[in-house]
Design a binder for this molecule. Structure first.
Ligand SMILES: [Zn+2]
Length: 260
């Protein structure tokens, strides 16, 4: 160092070899055979410029997710070959993983992932957002009960936030994740807001990923007006059918869970 570098350069001394790429500057992504990123090399995070990092920071702020979650719940950390489930369950996981990685790489249409709590739906949803951010694309993650709470709060007369603005942002965001549909309290108001949201995104063909623990017939019962949209041909429905997978809930970012 020549003394003119300032603290920013000093933070990147060569002996701080990047543990992510072991100093090579390039990384492979751990994706299954057949995935578009398979065997490809990508620039490591350590090669990002300050401008890249600033943009990623903005996208991260926008995403509604913390850095901790985005770092922890990536495609790379998703375990498709769990030993505690049988091969049928692993098949479900692999199909869901492939669908989520494909959606993250080419966000088109809708992706609906159904399955019990703890099957990894939320992990995949967060990983989609993380992948988009890394590619410089905006993605907004919402936990459906929280989203409706926020909308309801913004709707009140003494709210600081403009309801219209908030609803419009969620409605029209380029890529929306609706995590845990069905966990919301189904008041007529909440149902109506969800319906408006889904119908707008459906009509506009805006890329949307939805996760839910509800079975298809339960969606029909709980949200009859939504279910026809969700059964549309441009919705890729991927069930994760792993029996007795409820105990493993550690990877869910939200503490507000169903009681069972
Ligand atoms: Zn690196």
């Amino acid at each position: 160092m020549n003394g003119d570098g300032g603290s920013r350069l000093e933070a990147e001394e060569p002996e701080d070899r990047c543990p992510n790429c072991d100093g090579l500057g390039w990384v492979e992504r751990r994706v299954p055979l057949g995935h578009p990123d398979f065997g490809e090399l990508f620039p490591c995070r350590c090669r990002e410029s300050a401008a890249d990092r600033e943009r990623m920071q903005r996208l991260q702020n926008y995403s509604g997710l913390t850095k901790g979650m985005l770092d922890r719940m990536t495609f790379e950390t998703f375990n498709v070959r769990r030993h505690d489930i049988n091969s049928e369950g692993q098949g479900y996981l692999q199909r869901a993983y492939l669908a989520a990685t494909t959606f993250a790489t080419h966000p088109e249409g809708w992706l609906l992932i159904t399955g019990e709590h703890g099957t990894g739906k939320t992990h995949l949803a967060v990983a989609v957002v993380e992948h988009c951010i890394r590619n410089g694309l905006p993605a907004l993650f919402t936990f459906v009960p929280d989203l409706l709470d926020h909308l309801r709060a913004a709707f009140s007369p003494n709210s600081q936030v403009q309801y219209d603005q908030l609803f419009e942002q969620v409605k029209s965001t380029p890529l929306l994740i609706l995590d845990d549909l069905g966990a919301e309290t189904s008041t007529p108001w909440a149902k109506e807001k969800l319906y408006q949201l889904v119908v707008h995104r459906h009509n506009s063909r805006l890329p949307t990923m939805i996760t839910t623990y509800l079975e298809i017939d339960e969606i029909e019962a709980a949200h009859p007006r939504l279910s026809s949209r969700l059964m549309d041909t441009f919705v890729n429905w991927v069930p994760i059918g792993i029996p007795d997978y409820r105990d493993n809930r550690r990877d869910h970012p939200n503490s507000r869970r169903r009681g069972t």
